[in-house]
Design a binder for this molecule. Structure first.
Ligand code: PXP
Length: 244
C-alpha cells in the first residue's frame, strides 16, 4: 500500500489532431478535457508543438480557463514556448524534446551535460511560479541532472517499456529504480508514454509514482467505449494496482 494517491493526467492532444484533419472546431479539445475531468482525471495535459500539428495557441488558454484541475503544459525548451507558458501560467510545464519529423515524443530530454544551456529556460519557468517538470529517460545521470537544475518533477519516459514486450521486465526495473532515486532527491515522480490497459498496472504499482500521463490509448479506446468509460477503466486499473 502506498501513502499517496496516484494521479491520472489525461492528454487530449489527439482530439485536436482529429479536429485539425478537417479544419473547423470539431471535435473540441476543451469539451474532451471537461469530460475527462468529470470522469476522474486529476489533470489535463496538452502539448503545444512547434508546428502546431494538434493543439493550437488558443486551445492552451481556453483549456486553462475552462478546467478546474491542473493543466500540465508540454513544451519544447524554446523562447517562444517559454513566453507562452509565462503568459498562460499552467500548473506545470513539462519540457520535452521536439523534432519536427517525429510522430510523437520519441525520447527523453537530454539534460545531463546541457544544464547551462537549458538553465535560462528553466529559470524563467520557475520564476513565473510554474512547476518545472522534465520528461527524461529513466537514467541515473538524467535524474541527478534534473535535481541539479532545480526541477520539481521528473516524468519518466515509458515508451520502451510499453513498446517492447521482450525487454519489458528489465525496463520496469530501470523505471522503478529511477523512481526511487528521484524520490530520494526530492523530485516528484511522474511517468508516461504509450501506457495502456495492459502496461499501466506495473507502473502504477511503483510506490514513488505520483502521476501517470496517458493520451493516445485513451483517445483510441474512446472510439469504442466512449471517453468517460475509457478513463474510468484506466483509473480503476491504476487504483487496483496501487492497493495491492
Ligand atoms: N507524457 C509526455 C511527456 C508525452 O509527450 C506524451 C505524449 O504526448 C505522453 C505523456 C502521453 O503519451 P501517450 O499519448 O502515448 O499516452
Amino acid at each position: 500500500m502506498t501513502d499517496h494517491a496516484l494521479r491520472l493526467g489525461v492528454n487530449i492532444d489527439h482530439v485536436a489532431t482529429v479536429r485539425n484533419a478537417r479544419g473547423g472546431d470539431n471535435p473540441d479539445p476543451v469539451r474532451a478535457a471537461l469530460m475527462a475531468q468529470d470522469a476522474g482525471a486529476d489533470g489535463i495535459t496538452a502539448h503545444l508543438r512547434e508546428d502546431r500539428r494538434h493543439i493550437r495557441d488558443a486551445d492552451i488558454q481556453a483549456l486553462k480557463d475552462a478546467i478546474s484541475v491542473p493543466l500540465n503544459f508540454e513544451m519544447a525548451a524554446t523562447d517562444e514556448m517559454v513566453d507562452i507558458a509565462c503568459e498562460v501560467k499552467p500548473n506545470a510545464a513539462c519540457i520535452v524534446p521536439e523534432r519536427r519529423e517525429e510522430v510523437t515524443t520519441e525520447g527523453g530530454l537530454a539534460v545531463a551535460g546541457r544544464e547551462a544551456e537549458l538553465a535560462p529556460c528553466f529559470n524563467r519557468i520557475r520564476d513565473a511560479g510554474i512547476r518545472l517538470s522534465l520528461f527524461i529517460e529513466a537514467s541515473e545521470a538524467e535524474i541527478h541532472a534534473a535535481a541539479s537544475v532545480g526541477a520539481d518533477i521528473v516524468e519518466l519516459h515509458t515508451g520502451r517499456y510499453c513498446h517492447d514486450a521482450k525487454t519489458r521486465a528489465t525496463e520496469l526495473v530501470r523505471i522503478a529504480e529511477a523512481a526511487a532515486l528521484a524520490d530520494s532527491l526530492g523530485l516528484e515522480c511522474h511517468a508516461g508514454h504509450g501506457l495502456d490497459y495492459e502496461t499501466v498496472a506495473a507502473i502504477a504499482a511503483i510506490p514513488q509514482m505520483h502521476e501517470l500521463n496517458i493520451g493516445h490509448f485513451l483517445m483510441g479506446e474512446s472510439l469504442f467505449i466512449g471517453l468517460e468509460a475509457a478513463i474510468r477503466r484506466m483509473r480503476r486499473l491504476m487504483d487496483e494496482a496501487r492497493s495491492l
